[in-house]
Design a protein around this ligand. Structure first.
Ligand SMILES: [Fe+2]
Length: 220
């Protein structure tokens, strides 16, 4: 185990001190959801996933001006699309902020999962996909789409299927959470980050590949 229970407890206290009560409760919800999914999906490294969940929104409550100051301070490369999606900038500012302020937790998995938790990334691995989905479906999310997706994913994970089936359920959850986000943005005539669309297409391809594997397994 990369991080001990004591280390994770002190991280919870540090994060609690930094975030509003609402954001802290959301953070704990993401941690619980992510740990639960991780236990089912290919024995992902749970302590790193917990740390990633605890730190994923650590810069979320900074103002837009503060995000821009951090981008300048840490010389973060941002695209025009990133700047057109200001709500996603905290995923980019979090990594260098964590390296500076929480160096013990600046683990590769932690930083990579946090860096793609808002817009996604076409080649997200299982741990990254877990944080991405957990952020959308944690129990504090009460939108109909989040509740529906949470119930659907948890019921799939409750079935005692193969790890391949668990990863398939996770893959479908990534696709559906992006579809919901994109529809919401389009309804509001808002900009959709192109990486989000590329991520959805990549996961549709990955889902279809897993379905073929599951099918061929049934036939043999
Ligand atoms: Fe979040």
């Amino acid at each position: 185990m990369r991080f001990t229970d004591n280390e994770l407890n002190s991280l919870r206290l540090a994060v609690k001190d930094k975030l509003s009560p609402r954001r802290y409760n959301h953070t704990l919800g993401v941690e619980r959801a992510a740990a639960m999914i991780a236990e089912k999906c290919a024995k992902e490294p749970i302590s790193e996933i917990r740390a990633a969940a605890l730190l994923h929104d650590i810069t979320k409550e900074f103002s837009h001006e503060e995000q821009l100051v951090l981008i300048e301070k840490y010389q973060i490369k941002v695209t025009e699309s990133d700047l057109m999606s200001p709500e996603t900038l905290h995923a980019l500012t979090a990594s260098p902020y964590i390296i500076e302020n929480y160096p013990h937790f600046a683990d590769e998995l932690v930083l990579s999962a946090i860096s793609c938790h808002t817009v996604g990334r076409p080649d997200m691995d299982v741990a990254e996909a877990i944080i991405f989905v957990a952020d959308f479906i944690e129990e504090g999310r009460t939108y109909d789409v989040s509740v529906r997706l949470r119930e659907k994913l948890y019921s799939e994970l409750d079935k005692s299927g193969s790890i391949l089936n668990m990863v398939l359920a996770l893959c479908c959850a990534v696709i559906e959470s992006i579809t919901c986000t994109v529809s919401h943005l389009e309804e509001q005539s808002m900009f959709v980050h192109p990486v989000t669309l590329l991520t959805r297409d990549a996961f549709i391809k990955r889902r279809d590949e897993i379905l073929r594997l599951v099918d061929s397994g049934k036939r043999t």
